[in-house]
Design a protein around this ligand. Structure first.
Ligand SMILES: Cc1cc2nc3c(=O)[nH]c(=O)nc-3n(C[C@H](O)[C@H](O)[C@H](O)COP(=O)(O)O)c2cc1C
Length: 206
């Protein structure tokens, strides 16, 4: 299936069948999310996976009762970091040196440039920046799920403070930014119409 066909096939599922998603597929989704692009490659977010029915029921209540959260096979939570400091940049370059065999310190000038750029943001701007990066990762997750014929429902309709409390995120300097229910549609489900701007309204060649 091409990515266009997959994106036409996917829609945000409101009700999931009881079928569970295999753990190997969940690992594919984790990998697609991990491999997503992010500003400077800093990945200022984490991915949390919940499949415990009791916890899903509790989170569904904190998502205004939305059924997707309790019916899905797995709930994937993109949580942005809330404490954006130079440590984030230092951690990145530690991984960079390990994974690319560059010598430590060889990118010190670039690291300083990133620290200055991020350090010049207000706390609010840092949060917005971190959340924006998490949304890009959500796109990779949705696309990979569609390619694997796995259904999803991306969601921001939930009580962030309640999620942070239930999942113990605040103590870890994390914030539930956007969630994605993952599972399967009922087999006999009718195809859903896609509503999108016509291409001539959407894209402009300048
Ligand atoms: C960031 C974001 C938040 C969303 N929040 C919800 C939500 O809380 N509940 C819901 O049922 N759908 C939610 N959606 C799904 C959108 O309504 C859906 O993507 C849109 O209507 C387009 O339809 P489609 O995804 O089925 O093609 C959300 C989508 C995005 C991208």
């Amino acid at each position: 299936m091409s990515i266009i066909e997959a994106l036409k096939w996917r829609h945000s599922l409101k009700h999931f069948s009881p079928k569970k998603v295999d753990s190997s597929i969940i690992h594919n989704l984790i990998e697609a999310t991990r491999l997503s692009a992010s500003s400077y490659g800093l990945q200022p977010y984490k991915l949390l996976i919940v499949d415990d029915p009791t916890l899903l029921n509790q989170l569904s209540e904190q998502a205004f009762g939305q059924a997707q959260v309790k019916e899905c096979s797995h709930l994937l939570i993109l949580a942005n970091k809330t404490h954006i400091t130079n440590d984030l940049v230092d951690d990145y370059f530690e991984h960079h040196h390990q994974q690319t065999q560059t010598t430590e310190g060889s990118l010190a000038g670039y690291a300083e440039h990133i620290k200055t750029a991020i350090g010049s943001k207000t706390e609010e701007e840092k949060q917005t920046w971190a959340e924006q990066q998490a949304y890009i990762a959500l796109g990779s997750l949705l696309a990979e799920a569609a390619m694997l014929s796995v259904d999803t429902c991306p969601m921001t309709g939930f009580d962030t403070a309640a999620f942070n409390h239930t999942l113990g995120l605040t103590d870890k300097d994390l914030n539930a930014c956007v969630i994605c229910a993952v599972g399967y549609r009922e087999e006999n489900m009718a195809a859903q119409n896609k509503v999108r701007l016509p291409v001539n309204e959407f894209a402009t060649f300048l």
